[in-house]
Design a protein around this ligand. Structure first.
Ligand code: 2BA
Length: 109
């Protein structure tokens, strides 16, 4: 068995979760925060048999859209010592970031 960690955009999480459930996969949804943008995203946990792993990844991929986000990056102001101005920088976020790990033991008691 494998455990999939998928970090998706908050706006995609409902679609991804719904599609996984409709295809018979159980999902746990966690609220998370990206370390770089410090904005909310969603981490999905999916326990899945190895033969179904590609189906799960395909569903996540199909429902996750890549987006650009602007961040304000501080840079020193020209000619004014010690002053910073913010410069908007575009960052591409996702699709989805997916990690797959082995599950040593799985129990439902
Ligand atoms: P954040 O850490 O908020 O990162 C959002 C986006 O900012 C990233 O999109 C990437 O395009 C950019 N970014 C991140 N760190 C950067 C840096 N040091 N310099 C320049 N740009 C940087 P994605 O790569 O699609 O990642 C989306 C979210 O997935 C991340 O949100 C983070 O929550 C998670 N993630 C991505 N890679 C990860 C990893 N190796 N380990 C754990 N979480 C990861």
């Amino acid at each position: 068995m494998k455990l999939v960690f998928a970090i998706v955009h908050n706006e995609d999480s409902h679609k991804v979760t719904k599609d996984l459930n409709e295809n018979g996969f159980s999902v746990t949804k966690l609220s998370s925060t990206g370390g770089f943008l410090r904005s909310g995203n969603t981490t999905l946990l999916v326990g899945v048999e190895e033969e179904n792993l590609d189906d799960v990844i395909g569903i996540i991929e199909k429902n996750s859209r890549s987006r650009t986000q602007l961040i304000n990056y501080p840079i020193p102001a020209v000619g004014i010592e010690g002053m910073l101005v913010t410069n908007p920088v575009e960052v591409v976020v996702g699709g989805a970031t997916i990690f797959v790990t082995n599950v040593e033991r799985f129990e439902k008691v």
